[in-house]
Design a protein around this ligand. Structure first.
Ligand code: GLU
Length: 438
């Protein structure tokens, strides 16, 4: 038999230009790297990935067991009952006029964000520091991104003045644009008050801006007082939420978008793409999610305990770290602190550390503490900033311990040391590394 000359495929030539050279998402990459180092026998403090430490509430796990046999493909936009439960959830918690027909369920809010950017023909505005995947998603799709850099003094939040300045400098009122707003924020743990949101909405209205309000940590506002952007700017706000954070079910991959009626054309376009790609979210997960979104007393109690543990720990970490010269704000929600090491620049430079990526690499190599550089959150490469995710403790044990302390009492001071010991030790390691002789 005559053997044909083999055809050599140059794989790099067949990769889309926007994807060529794209690394794995930093949050997932750091997690893999930590596991690898642990396999090699190193003690690693995992402050890289932002994953809920708490178990999925029992009522929701039981629902998943109950529906394990559900095997049919479900509607592309999601199970009718689930879309209803999500709408009801936002009506009750966020006081917005959410309707079931305007809810879309997807395999994680991350995928829904990607679909939105795919179907929406316009620019994307993102205040920084911002979550790691917004900008890579826009770049994969070839969307134009406008970054609005914020500062430590502003608590890393977007001010209406900065937003207005952006539009005035653009000098182009009519262009379609989406603003990605995320609060309580990843990576900085800050939030917006109703008044802040109203001022942003005023500018947004003037420029007919669509806002994708990433409120995935909304239920993890430490005071339980999250205000939805959709309650102050209902006409053009899409609320992004899901099970990953407040329900501790990141790996279940279920996210939700809730649209205003006038943007349902965007949802329909996203659903068309979804129908040609992932079809629908896993059936048992959707049935279980109905239970989660319907909530009730046991889930509310779970949330109250989760918030008080996260609040106690987050605030302790911020206080402790600021004693070592790191500039950091006390968090208002979520799992993160955004650290600014610039005051320590001279000390770090003596050790050959002049930027965030080097700082994080050296911290991991020399002290086993994994955090992510500010550049992963779209801050300048040479900035000495980093995100620390303080949730690497055993959430089941901490939750059980908190449940034994009445809710009208504060958690005792030794609670953190006792039940969140891994996080405490990691902070101590980081601080000792900062001041060690070289
Ligand atoms: N949201 C989490 C984080 O920022 C991780 C989830 C993900 O990146 O998919 O660490």
């Amino acid at each position: 038999m005559k053997v044909k000359n083999s055809i050599r495929i140059d794989k790099s030539a067949s990769i889309n230009l926007n994807v060529r050279g794209l690394p794995q998402s930093p949050t997932l990459e750091i997690n893999e790297r930590c596991k690898e180092l642990e396999r090699e026998g190193h003690k690693i403090y995992r402050l890289g990935l932002g994953q809920s430490p708490f178990p999925v509430p029992s009522a929701v796990v039981n629902a998943l067991k109950l529906y394990a046999r559900e095997k049919d493909y479900l509607p592309v936009k999601g199970l009718r009952e689930l879309r209803g439960a999500v709408a009801e959830f936002h009506r009750e918690k966020d006081h917005v006029d959410a309707q079931p027909e305007n809810v879309m369920v997807g395999p994680g809010s991350k995928e829904l964000m990607f679909l939105l950017q795919l179907v929406f023909y316009g620019d994307i505005i993102i205040p920084t520091p911002c979550w790691v995947s917004y900008v890579p998603q826009a770049r994969i799709l070839g969307r134009k991104v406008h970054l609005i850099h914020t500062q430590f003094e502003e608590k890393w939040r977007l001010s209406p003045v900065r937003l207005r300045d952006f539009f005035e400098s653009e000098n182009d009122d009519g262009k379609p644009r989406i603003l990605l707003l995320n609060y309580p924020g990843n990576p900085e743990g800050a939030t917006y008050s109703r008044q802040d949101l109203e001022s942003i909405a005023e500018v947004a209205r003037r420029y007919e801006l669509i806002i994708l309000s990433d409120e995935i940590y909304g239920q993890l506002d430490f005071q339980g007082k999250h205000v939805s952007m959709a309650s102050v700017y209902p006409e053009r706000t899409i609320i992004s939420s899901g099970l990953s954070k407040w329900c501790g079910a990141g790996g279940w991959r279920l996210g939700t978008f809730t649209f205003p009626a006038q943007l349902s054309w965007l949802m329909d376009a996203m659903a068309s793409v979804a129908s040609e790609t992932y079809t629908s979210v896993s059936a048992p997960i959707q049935y279980a999610a109905v239970r989660a979104f319907k909530g009730g007393l046991s889930i509310e109690r779970y949330l109250v305990h989760a918030r008080r543990i996260l609040s106690k720990l987050g605030k302790w970490c911020a206080r402790e770290l600021s004693t070592s010269g790191i500039r950091v704000h006390s968090p208002s929600g979520a799992f993160y602190l955004f650290l600014d090491f610039s005051v320590l620049a001279d000390r770090l430079a003596e050790r050959g550390i002049q930027d965030g990526p080097t700082l994080c690499t050296r911290l991991l190599d020399e002290a086993g503490v994994a955090i992510l550089p500010g550049s992963a959150f779209e801050r300048p490469e040479n900035e000495l900033t980093a995100r620390l995710s303080y949730v690497n403790f055993d959430g089941a044990k901490a939750l059980a311990a908190s449940e034994s302390i009445p809710l009208d009492e504060n958690l005792p001071n030794d609670f953190i040391n006792h039940w969140c010991h891994d996080s405490v030790e990691a902070i101590q390691k980081l601080m000792a590394w900062l001041y060690q002789d070289h």
